[in-house]
Design a protein around this ligand. Structure first.
Ligand code: ATP
Ligand code: MG
Ligand code: MG
Ligand code: MG
Length: 458
């Protein structure tokens, strides 16, 4: 079953159960300046859940484009390392705004997976929040899931909250067992982080309102928010273990191989490039432009990582922009806005490729030399020089170093940056002879660490 078919079946299923199908919202959230990118299906409904916005429906379903690169949800460092994480992915979701609750949410999900998609029930595991007896009871006694495959989890993995205050509640997640050939333990076990038991669907039960003292008050009208990764459920349906083996990714990987002149389709760099062309193309479609701050800097970091992977494959000419056309072949039907924007997207990418080409080669030589010195940690001075003179975002340097088992001295990098700022300030003061204190243009570094620790509500 092709991924486009699964997306359609999902929307049809929920439409037939009284849900209004709502289009994906853009990746730049229109209603929340504190959020870097749309990272879940519920983002466009946030105000509805908070009771601050009303819709003409109480049940909705969507296939939402999401980016998790930067901010609280940052999966950039997982790409190329796990079978299941992307920077860009599609989240299938059904939502109840004070209408149905736990029981129906669970029954819908189970019916869709085992009825519509025909997934064998013994391949599915479920988790519930440790204190959520109600959900456990529904799974065990109504759905009839084998008790050994119902796991109680006491951590925040199974308790969702919108922010420090506001709507929150337990969640119940559904996992698929890809079988003993893959390493990893069941949910809740010490080696649950492997790729054998893959989380496919999260059902969030918004049941409480948390006040500023931390006390939970039951919501008068509890709500439901769910999210299932389209790529993960496609892998299940296509009997492949890795998301990168699904139809959609395979055609992008072939395109990346063509554009970089690579014979080995299994090369990991092709996966990263295939992932990144999706994130970059949709971010540009949705109005983000590569730059040195905020969202634009996240986009630049992803583009430069992709270019570097092309370079690693021996491709020194601009290639990344060519993949926009291939992407629009596989995703343009579902996302007409991508097709409409594709010329502009390719032009923006080409410009960024040409720009980075001016410094990439020299930067790589410096980095290669440094990394071949039998070191465990790359010094902050070198990382800063690469950043400042050669346009290597710190996470790019760290990513290259990681491939050799080397880490980067982030503190040293920050210190080198602070030192340079100080020197620039002093130099500016010196040249402004009128005695006006001029501190130069204040550029905020919006890099690696900042993004990790940025205060976000989601
Ligand atoms: P994981 O534990 O695997 O990182 P998560 O718990 O962070 O996933 P949720 O926030 O619960 O994910 O999102 C709901 C669903 O979206 C997940 O069950 C999964 O199917 C999908 N999903 C989440 N992150 C990604 C990603 N980076 N790439 C692809 N799919 C994802
Ligand atoms: Mg995650
Ligand atoms: Mg999880
Ligand atoms: Mg989850």
């Amino acid at each position: 079953m092709k991924s486009s078919e699964i997306r359609q079946k999902f929307l049809d299923f929920f439409e037939s159960h009284g849900h209004t199908v709502v289009a994906s919202s853009p990746l730049v959230p229109g209603n929340d300046p504190t959020l870097l990118f749309t990272n879940a299906g519920m983002v466009q409904f946030k105000d509805v859940f908070l009771g601050q916005d009303k819709r003409p429906y109480v049940r909705a379903a969507s296939s939402q484009r999401c980016v998790r690169a930067g901010g609280k949800h940052n999966d950039l460092e997982n790409v190329g390392y796990t079978a299941r994480h992307h920077t860009f992915f599609e989240m299938l979701g059904n939502f109840s705004f004070g209408d149905y609750f736990k029981r129906n949410a669970i029954l819908f999900a189970w019916d869709f997976l085992t009825g519509t998609l025909n997934i064998p029930r013994e391949k599915l595991w479920v988790t519930v929040y440790a204190e959520d007896d109600e959900a456990a009871d529904i799974w065990l006694n109504e759905v009839g899931v084998e008790p050994s495959r119902v796991v109680r989890i006491a951590t925040t993995d199974n308790f969702w909250q919108m922010g420090d205050t506001g709507p929150c509640g337990p969640c119940s997640e559904i996992f698929y067992d890809h079988g003993p050939d893959v390493a990893g333990g069941p949910p809740g076990s010490p080696d649950a982080d492997g790729d054998r038991y893959i989380e496919i669907w999260n059902l969030v039960f918004m049941q409480y309102n948390r006040d500023s003292a931390g006390t939970l008050h039951p919501l008068p009208k509890p709500s439901v928010d769910t999210g299932m990764g389209l790529e993960r459920i496609s892998a299940v349906m296509q009997h492949v273990h890795s998301n990168y083996d699904i139809d959609l990714f395979q055609s992008l990987i072939k395109a990346a191989a063509r554009a970089t002149g690579t014979g080995n389709l299994a090369d990991n760099s092709l996966k990263v490039i295939a992932d990144h062309i999706r994130a970059c193309s949709f971010l540009i479609t949705d109005g983000v432009i590569p730059g040195s701050e905020g969202r634009g800097y996240v986009l630049r970091r992803i583009i430069r990582r992709a270019i570097r992977h092309g370079y690693k494959l021996g491709q020194k000419q601009p290639f990344f922009h060519q993949l926009v056309e291939d992407l629009s072949q596989v995703m343009g039907q579902a996302y007409p806005e991508l097709t409409a924007a594709k010329k502009r997207v390719a032009a923006v990418l080409l410009q960024e490729e040409e720009r980075f080409a001016e410094t990439l080669e020299n930067g790589m030589q410096i980095l290669e030399t440094a990394l071949s010195q039998k070191i465990k940690v790359l010094d902050g001075e070198t990382a800063f020089r690469l950043y400042d003179t050669f346009g290597f975002p710190i996470d790019l340097t760290a990513d290259i170093a990681r491939e050799r088992g080397i880490t980067v001295d982030h503190d040293g990098f920050e210190q080198a940056m602070a030192r340079q700022r100080e020197q620039a300030r002093a130099a500016n003061k010196f040249t402004m002879q009128e005695g006006i204190e001029y501190t130069g243009s204040q550029t905020t570094f919006y890099g690696y660490d900042t993004l990790q620790h940025e205060g976000q509500v989601l």
